[in-house]
Design a protein around this ligand. Structure first.
Ligand SMILES: [Zn+2]
Ligand SMILES: [Zn+2]
Length: 212
């Protein structure tokens, strides 16, 4: 489909659980004890907690300075963007699996002898856009307050949190951390607006390739 039409399903009312099913988690590293954990917003976790004074590592009780979250978030965004820019194409025929950075003069056709597969971007513009929307959601105060975030864990997971957070403390903690969340959100927004523009541009490149 075209870029603009392809954008619409993302903006519809698909719940985040479904929409961000394939998005990578945001990994944070404690600058004090080096523990690495997935950050999923103001949710229960065995590894971190949101306190009234910010994000706290459960292992060593270190309180993250706002910049320590900001810079790790930005680093993670940049690593996703560079994966995208690497521009690897992969053949969609699972028995072939040809991976290349070359776009053949024959458009999207796989160049392996006798293969009828189609080359597709391994890390697509849509995937990157969705990934950034996921990071954005983590710091969205409304979504946090309404408990609409994609859960990090499922019942039966080894890391499934022992304690639960109740709704009223989530609401209070969100308000208390509003400035912190908004500053992180602005980091994501900086890249998101760029990406949305490129997403639409990429759509027209695909249309061009499909026209032959
Ligand atoms: Zn720590
Ligand atoms: Zn192939």
């Amino acid at each position: 489909g075209s870029g603009i039409n392809g954008l619409q399903p993302l903006e519809s009312t698909i719940p985040d659980t479904e929409r961000f099913k394939d998005a990578a988690n945001l990994k944070l590293n404690c600058p004090n004890c080096s523990a690495t954990f997935d950050f999923g917003g103001i949710v229960a976790s065995n590894y971190y907690s949101m306190s009234y004074n910010g994000l706290q590592c459960k292992k060593c009780e270190h309180l993250f300075a706002p910049l320590q979250i900001n810079s790790q978030l930005e680093r993670s965004i940049r690593s996703h963007i560079s994966l995208y820019y690497a521009g690897w194409l992969q053949c969609d025929d699972p028995t072939c699996g040809n991976v290349t950075r070359q776009i053949s003069v024959f458009g999207k056709r796989c160049l392996n002898d006798g293969c009828t597969g189609v080359m597709r971007y391994r890390y697509s513009d849509k995937k990157l856009y969705n990934q950034l929307l996921y990071f954005d959601s983590l710091f969205n105060c409304e979504k946090n307050k309404n408990c609409e975030l994609k859960p990090l864990y499922h019942t039966g997971d080894r890391d499934f949190p022992q304690e639960k957070l109740n709704e009223s403390s989530i609401k209070a903690l969100t308000e208390q951390n509003r400035n912190l969340f908004e500053s992180n959100r602005s980091v994501v927004q900086k890249y998101l607006s760029d990406c949305a523009r490129r997403y639409v541009d990429m759509g027209s490149i695909f249309d061009f390739m499909q026209q032959r």
